[in-house]
Design a protein. Structure first.
Length: 392
């Protein structure tokens, strides 16, 4: 009780050497103090507001300094008033653990900081803050704590924090916790592909979710491998295909004549009318079925037929004919420009008899392209065919 009374007397009747004889004026109104240079976060809640005002806040040092200055005391006298309060609270109390020697050392450091600010042209208020910083740096207040849960921060690199939407507590900068801004979904971490389609109610569940909308009609892609929906890009054609068979056999827009235009026929030739050509065409394009134009009207209306990879004798199917000659340059050169580009060659030679991609195709193509100009001309093709026949 003696300590409390003594402290109270220090605030109510501060030293007045050289001071105003008008008596104790007390701290300024809260709004005036908040707009002054003295305003700072007295209660340590992270904001400077009315709860920090001297008449409401818990800072007796601030009150001692302000009251002395308002009563006409010099900055040095105000500093001594603060030191007196500090001595009463930290040295004179029954349970205090600070020695007189420690107090005097701390006071000397604070006074040096105080005088340095004044010597540099700073205000008394700025000098007071500098002096108090030496007190705070001494560990009197301890390390900072979380204002939500009281967690004590370990120092730089401590990423403790609280999610603003749930009870999740962050522990590192690698935490991938987050909330979808369109629903209640909580992201599980890096690689979480949750998302919302911008055209319907579909919710994406991963990077293998191939849901999508056709940009030319109302078709919605299912993501299945056999969903081959698409629109013909040939000028004037309104054909819509939905399967491999549709695209393999698309040659006409209404079952009539061939699509003639700047680009010629869609696939460079008429639909097959026999099983051998139909099978080979499908196999070389990686298709599982084919259609035939059995009546010769130019429309593939007979099928579908399953592709086979062996002939009746069990021999692998050779799409140059069973034991027959390999395709000619003109047969491979489907666009008729006089040379075989890589994709034309791939259509004929890029798969094995079972329809599997040939892993050595690109290397073999480059070897046939003897002059290295990026395409195989007919002379290079014929030379490779002759070499193959000689090797056999």
């Amino acid at each position: 009780m003696a300590v409390v009374m003594s402290f109270g007397m220090t605030i109510a009747q501060p030293p007045t050497q050289g001071g105003n004889q008008g008596g104790n004026q007390g701290p300024p109104p809260c709004d005036e103090w908040l707009n002054s240079d003295m305003a700072h976060d007295m209660n340590g809640d992270g904001t400077v507001d009315e709860n920090d005002c001297p008449q409401q806040g818990p800072d007796p040092f601030q009150q001692a300094f302000m009251t002395t200055m308002q009563n006409g005391g010099t900055p040095d006298v105000a500093f001594e008033a603060v030191a007196a309060v500090f001595h009463q609270m930290e040295v004179e109390c029954p349970d205090c653990e600070m020695s007189e020697e420690e107090f005097q050392e701390g006071k000397a450091e604070a006074k040096a900081a105080f005088d340095a600010v004044l010597a540099d042209g700073g205000t008394p208020e700025e000098a007071f803050h500098a002096a108090m910083e030496t007190h705070n740096e001494g560990g009197d207040q301890g390390p900072p704590t979380c204002d939500v849960c009281g967690y004590t921060f370990a120092g730089e690199g401590d990423h403790h924090g609280h999610c603003d939407k749930c009870d999740f507590v962050f522990t590192s900068d690698n935490d991938q916790h987050g909330h979808c801004d369109q629903c209640d979904y909580i992201f599980s971490g890096e690689g979480d592909q949750h998302g919302h389609c911008d055209k319907c109610d579909h919710i994406y569940s991963g990077d293998d979710d191939r849901h999508g909308h056709c940009d030319k009609c109302d078709h919605i892609y299912s993501g299945d491998d056999d969903d081959r929906h698409g629109h013909c890009d040939h000028e004037g054609c309104d054909f819509v295909g939905n399967s491999d068979a549709d695209w393999q056999n698309h040659h006409h827009d209404d079952g009539g004549g061939d699509h003639e235009g700047g680009d010629g026929d869609h696939d460079g030739g008429p639909p097959p009318n026999n099983h051998w050509d139909g099978n080979c065409g499908a196999m070389m394009h990686g298709e599982s079925e084919y259609w035939l134009d059995s009546d010769g009207d130019g429309s593939p209306d007979d099928g579908p037929y399953a592709v086979w990879h062996e002939d009746a004798d069990g021999n692998p199917v050779n799409c140059g004919g069973p034991g027959g000659p390999p395709p000619t340059c003109a047969e491979v050169d489907t666009n008729g420009d006089g040379s075989i580009d890589r994709e034309e060659a791939r259509a004929k030679f890029g798969h094995d008899p079972q329809g599997n991609p040939n892993p050595n195709f690109d290397q073999e193509y480059d070897e046939v392209d003897a002059n290295g100009d990026g395409v195989v001309d007919c002379a290079e093709h014929d030379a490779a065919v002759a070499e193959g026949q000689n090797n056999n």
